[in-house]
Structure formats: C-alpha cells, structure tokens
Ligand binder design. Structure first.
Ligand SMILES: C[S@@+](CC[C@H](N)C(=O)[O-])C[C@H]1O[C@@H](n2cnc3c(N)ncnc32)[C@H](O)[C@@H]1O
Length: 278
C-alpha cells in the first residue's frame, strides 16, 4: 500500500473506541495493572498510551479505511480481536431469546427446571457459530462486557499478523517486534519514549512493555519510586514479585513483633487496634 509521509495519528484516531476501552480499564479498579503498586492520581489508561504510541509510529497509507482496520487489529479492538478477548460465556438463555423462533427450537431445549439449555448432543462447532453470530450483532460496549482488556491477552492471532504485516510491509509476530520495525523504518532505531513528568509511570511502563526504550523522571520522589516499581517489579515478572513480597512479609513480621513487644497497639486486655483515627 503506498504510504504518505504522515503517521496514523496525524490523520485519524478512534477516539470513541479508545474511550470505551479506557473506561473499561478504569472500571477494573484495583484490577488495573499498576494500581496495586500504590495509588496515583491521574495515571493515564494504558490502552490510551499503547494506542497513542502506535498511532505515532504507524505510517498512514492512501487508504484510511484500511489503516483504521489494521490499527484496530493490532490493538485487538477489531471484531476478531474482541472475539479472541471474550472471557465470559454468553448464557444459552440470552442467545435463545435473540435467535429467530425457528432456530431457537432447533438449537435449544427446556431443562427439567424450566431453564433453557443447548439441545443435548449439539456439536460444539455449531454452538460456536451461533454464539459468534450473537456476539457479532452486539454493540462495541455490549461486546466489552464479555471481554478482558487488550493487555490481558497475548495479542493478535497468527492470521491477524499476516494482514498487519502485509499492509505495513513488516514481518512482526508480536507487538514488540512491530514497534521495533516501525521505529526503525521511521527513525532508524528502536523508538525512544520519555516522560519528564511521569507521575505514576504509566507512560514509561506501557512504552517499555510494547518494546520502546523508555525514560521517565519526576520532581516527586514518590512518583519516581512508583515509576521505577512499575517497570522493575510489575515488568520484572512473577519471580521478582515473589522475592519482593517475601522481603515485605519479613519486614512486616519484624515490625509486628517489635510493636507487640512494646505494647503500643494493644490495650490492657491485650486487644490489638484495627485502625486509628488521627
Ligand atoms: C499529571 S502528573 C503526570 C502524569 C503522567 N504523565 C501519567 O501519564 O500518568 C504531573 C507530574 O508532574 C510532576 N512535576 C511537576 N513539576 C515538575 C517539574 N518541574 N519537574 C518534574 N516533574 C514535575 C508532578 O510531580 C506530577 O507527578
């Protein structure tokens, strides 16, 4: 596809869909990737950062519609990606109520408690086709109710990567390879992202996770610590996290022992305070 000298984000950006994904991420509360490290006000949603960096690296072609299709495919925000991200099963009752009556009779039956279930012996492949038909008719918001976030799956499928590579002239099998190749095509090196006001660290964290060289700094040492922790602890994987947790537990146990010995959190009956108001 002939390319223009512009990047995707200079020509278009799927603001509404990214908003919906950002809202979903926020609604996850303590289930968000970085919140467990410590509260920080104004952390940017990770999907917004991923989309922005990708949008700044992906070249715009002379076919804006195809560009958008590929952009969404990379983020698993296209139909196929949403289907891949589906984690909650859709009940037989919901699908049966949506299908035309004739088909409902064919594929569903009433169980002995009056509930609706798939007809016994129906092949899984048929159930999948019907479930997919139901899923495809839903709005983006409705689909999201059944999906995990893009960051919670491996990424686009093998056929999706074939489409992505054929449109972009790349040879990537994952997002890190794609980001690296797009960076090299545009700048001659792996892309570098810096956030001089990095706060809770979401920009350097997501940049590093998708394969950029990432830099962050902040005037506030708590922000700097959170950013360091996001990259080194969350990004460090399970082994590092377990090591840190073991040290934390040992420190907690030592402090607890000392406090108990001093009796500063116990009353004369030996009851331990749950919390203090001050
Ligand atoms: C809104 S937060 C940044 C949020 C962050 N970029 C993100 O996406 O999550 C603004 C940050 O700028 C920092 N800041 C303010 N003045 C600064 C300065 N002169 N140098 C470095 N950091 C500064 C604050 O400490 C605060 O953490």
């Amino acid at each position: 596809m002939p390319q223009t000298d512009k990047t995707f984000i200079e020509t278009q950006f799927p603001v509404s869909l990214i908003s919906k994904e950002s809202y979903k991420e926020r609604k996850a509360g303590s289930g968000q990737t970085l919140t467990g490290l410590g509260k920080w006000w104004g952390r940017k949603p990770l999907i917004l950062i991923r989309a922005s960096i990708l949008g700044m690296l992906m070249p715009a072609s002379s076919n804006p519609q195809k560009d958008r299709e590929i952009f969404l495919k990379i983020l698993t925000m296209d139909n196929e990606g949403l289907w891949q991200r589906r984690s909650t099963s859709i009940s037989a009752k919901i699908i049966a109520e949506w299908l035309p009556e004739q088909e409902t009779k064919l594929y569903f039956e009433v169980n002995n408690r009056g509930g609706i279930r798939w007809t016994k012996g129906l092949e899984q492949a048929i159930k999948d086709i019907i479930t997919r038909r139901y899923f495809d008719h839903l709005s983006y918001d409705e689909k999201l109710e059944y999906c995990v976030r893009p960051e919670q799956i491996e990424g686009p499928s093998v056929p999706a990567w074939q489409d992505i590579n054929s449109h972009l002239g790349t040879t990537a099998n994952n997002i890190q390879q794609l980001i690296d190749q797009l960076g090299k095509n545009r700048f001659g090196h792996t892309p570098r992202v810096g956030d001089a006001f990095c706060g809770g660290g979401s920009i350097p964290f997501e940049a590093a996770r998708i394969g950029c060289e990432a830099y962050g700094s902040d005037l506030n040492p708590v922000a700097a610590l959170l950013t360091w922790a996001s990259i080194n602890l969350i990004g460090g994987g399970k082994e590092v996290q377990e090591k840190v947790q073991a040290v934390q537990q040992a420190a907690f146990a030592a402090a607890d022992e000392q406090i108990t010995e001093w009796g500063v959190e116990h009353n004369e009956k030996g009851w331990r305070a749950d919390s203090y108001l001050y």
